[in-house]
Design a protein. Structure first.
Length: 133
């Protein structure tokens, strides 16, 4: 299989432009096609045009629950699309957030706390896409 045929598409959604650009660069360096959106509405518009192989979404964007509703929307479109949710909720509010307590309603396959090191993200991507290559 050629590199073009095996290239995966990632939808990256975050209202933090610095995070968005840094992760976009790193994902592209690792061979991914990257689609970006800065809010839930823009991400839904992207999803009308294409189905990514994986989505990385921020929890709190235009609304405090935007990540939850976007993850639900993605899973409703195609439950096979893995969703990695990244969040700064603990650092912003001081509240501990544990996805395992409500995994059935969160609709995310992984949860990473910001600040996210790319190596953490890469590990989750490999775990979630590894069996599909």
């Amino acid at each position: 299989m050629s590199a073009t045929e095996s290239k995966r598409t990632v939808l990256l959604v975050d209202d933090d432009i610095d995070f968005l650009e840094q992760m976009k660069i790193r994902l592209k360096q690792n061979g991914f096609t990257v689609l970006t959106a800065e809010c839930e509405i823009d991400a839904k518009a992207v999803l009308e045009e294409t189905r990514p192989d994986l989505a990385i979404i921020d929890l709190m964007m235009d609304e405090v629950d935007s990540g939850f509703t976007l993850a639900h929307h993605i899973k409703k479109l195609d439950k096979k699309i893995p969703v990695i949710m990244v969040t700064g909720v603990t650092s912003e509010t001081g509240l501990m957030f544990d996805a395992s307590a409500g995994q059935s309603w969160i609709k995310a396959d992984a949860l990473l706390a910001k600040p996210v090191r790319f190596e953490q993200l890469q590990g989750e991507i490999e775990r979630l896409l590894g069996g599909n290559e």
